[in-house]
Design a protein around this ligand. Structure first.
Ligand code: NAG
Ligand code: NAG
Ligand code: NAG
Ligand code: NAG
Ligand code: NAG
Length: 482
């Protein structure tokens, strides 16, 4: 029986079985892009996700697991355990032309896992910057990378903003016209198949799905002929294609004989984008807002180490917790200075979360619109300033609604000075603003928010750089210009 020398020194006094059970798990960390609260079968039976549902029910559905309102900040947290507002990444996502990336002095999760003997692979979307090689996945702890550096690319042409964007490790790859979900699934399956199973594997699988553009082969939209809105039909097909990929990858783990030794974590990076048919009902708002619809993640954990099954865990988890939590599951220990908390014991045993408060985001970048911030302490949530566009409660068939209406009615200036207070225990869908009723609670949360605000690192959101142009790099978005 193999043991992992670098993992844990088994004392001769410890029972043999204990040593064996301490064997580090294989870890599959799946990130769906822009997947909404109401976009999985285990919450909404209209969405066909048999593989996700089965996995989720075989473990714990995380009912209060939070992420940042948009992509880059969440991914920074998953990798580093640091809040985006302390990393200069609190303002939106990184544009292809911006000379920036996740701070280079941060240690990424896969770097720590490599020290523990893990093989590390990233498949899919990076979106943590690429303007120099040091920013890119294979320089930040991944043995291999297969995917794209930016966001929002075309699923077939594998290009975005006038440049091609796809790599096998460092090597640019031309698109063949195949839908990207198939590419990722096949790569994940072949890595699992070829893997030397005596070594633990960490596979980070940030799918391109189900971010816009809304594209999927007809085979998947054909499963939703009862859905009348075209964008929603396509979106649901995209979710199902991703689910099929997850089914294929699960099967590969089983064929390899390592499924039972694998810890699987699934999370979205932010809420569903209302404008692109994502759905968070009954939660309020969508992607890019500080409301629950933008930040309360569809997420679950299952597999190696997780003791509960068919269980909804309501303890608070935040995106910053995943780095120390995964590291702990792997037998390591995270730096104590992280914002993230090691929640492995809580998750493993379904006991109380170690977290009672967190920051949704603090973003002062555009003073002309006042910026925004939000904090949760216990049952209470304070939103200070502009919560973001799309602030309503949108039912699944409520897509393609008039964006301008939303902008003119409740999103512009008069809103920006306002603070809103919600009790999420009594009112998880944020219908009742309690700020007038409970000025004392507002004051308390505001003062804690100030404490965090004093730690802010100004947003690193540079102007677009002309030297980024793909034309200088054979048509590909490429490192080398910062
Ligand atoms: C990284 O560098 C920034 C800016 O120099 C600094 O504020 C931060 O504390 C550093 N973080 C770590 C983890 O070293
Ligand atoms: C990609 O295709 C172009 C032609 O469109 C070709 O010139 C180039 O060599 C190809 N690059 C790779 C990496 O295959
Ligand atoms: C899953 O595997 C089947 C069988 O190999 C294949 O036909 C299908 O295209 C795969 N689906 C995805 C999304 O990769
Ligand atoms: C995996 O675990 C399941 C459920 O406990 C069990 O039925 C199955 O036999 C195990 N498979 C292997 C290969 O150990
Ligand atoms: C999970 O959250 C939903 C929505 O807020 C709530 O209705 C449900 O009761 C929660 N489940 C548990 C087990 O707490």
């Amino acid at each position: 029986m193999e043991t992992f020398a670098s993992f844990i020194t088994c004392s001769i006094f410890v029972h043999f079985l204990l040593c064996v059970s301490a064997k580090p798990p294989h870890i599959l960390f799946i990130v769906a892009d822009d997947l909404g609260w109401n976009d999985v079968g285990f919450r909404n039976p209209d969405v066909l996700t048999p593989n996700i549902d089965k996995l989720a029910r075989s473990g714990m559905i995380l009912n209060s697991s939070y992420v940042m309102p948009v992509c880059t900040p969440s991914r920074n947290s998953f990798m580093t355990g640091h809040y985006a507002f302390k990393s200069g990444l609190q303002h939106l996502a990184i544009n292809p032309q911006q000379a920036t990336c996740a701070p280079l002095n941060y240690t990424f999760l896969p770097q720590k896992l490599k020290e523990l003997g893990y093989a590390t692979h990233a498949i899919g979307k990076w979106h943590l910057g690429f303007c120099k090689w040091e920013c890119t996945p294979t320089y930040r702890g991944f043995d291999t990378f297969f995917g794209f550096y930016n966001g929002q690319e075309d699923y077939y042409t594998l290009s975005v903003a006038g440049g091609k964007d796809f790599r096998d490790n460092k090597v640019p790859v031309n698109a063949t016209g195949e839908y990207s979900t198939f590419l990722y699934s096949r790569r994940a399956e072949s890595i699992i198949k070829e893997h030397d199973a005596s070594k633990p594997i960490y596979m980070y699988l940030p799918f391109q799905s189900v971010h816009a553009p809304l594209q999927v082969p007809n085979r998947y939209t054909d499963m939703y002929t009862n859905v009348h809105t075209k964008s929603r039909r396509t979106y649901m097909g995209m979710v199902t294609a991703m689910d099929e990929a997850i089914g294929n990858i699960t099967k590969a783990l089983k064929t390899k004989g390592i499924f039972n030794d694998t810890l699987i974590i699934f999370t979205t990076d932010n809420g569903g984008a209302v404008k692109f048919a994502g759905n968070n009902y009954p939660l309020r708002g969508g992607k890019a807002t500080l409301f629950e619809g933008g930040t309360r993640a569809t997420a679950f954990v299952t597999g190696a180490g997780i003791q509960k099954f068919n269980y909804e865990y309501s303890g608070l988890i935040h995106a910053v917790d995943w780095m120390p939590t995964v590291l702990s599951a792997a037998g390591g220990t995270a730096d104590s200075k992280l914002d993230g908390i090691d929640q492995w014991d809580s998750l493993r045993t379904a006991r109380e979360s170690k977290r009672n408060e967190f920051i949704y985001n603090i973003d002062d970048f555009r003073p002309e619109i006042g910026g925004h911030a939000a904090i949760r302490i216990g049952d209470y949530k304070l939103i200070d300033g502009y919560p973001g566009l799309h602030q309503g409660w949108y039912k699944p068939d409520h897509v393609g609604y008039d964006l301008n209406e939303d902008v003119s009615t409740n999103c512009m200036r008069p809103f920006f000075d306002k603070m809103m207070l919600f009790n999420l225990q009594d009112d998880p869908n944020e219908h009742v603003d309690l700020s007038r009723k409970h000025p004392d609670i507002v004051k308390k949360l505001k003062s804690r928010l100030e404490y965090y605000h004093n730690q802010i690192v100004p947003a690193n959101f540079p102007k677009n750089s002309a030297s980024s142009a793909p034309t200088s790099y054979g048509g590909f978005w490429s490192p080398g210009w910062c």
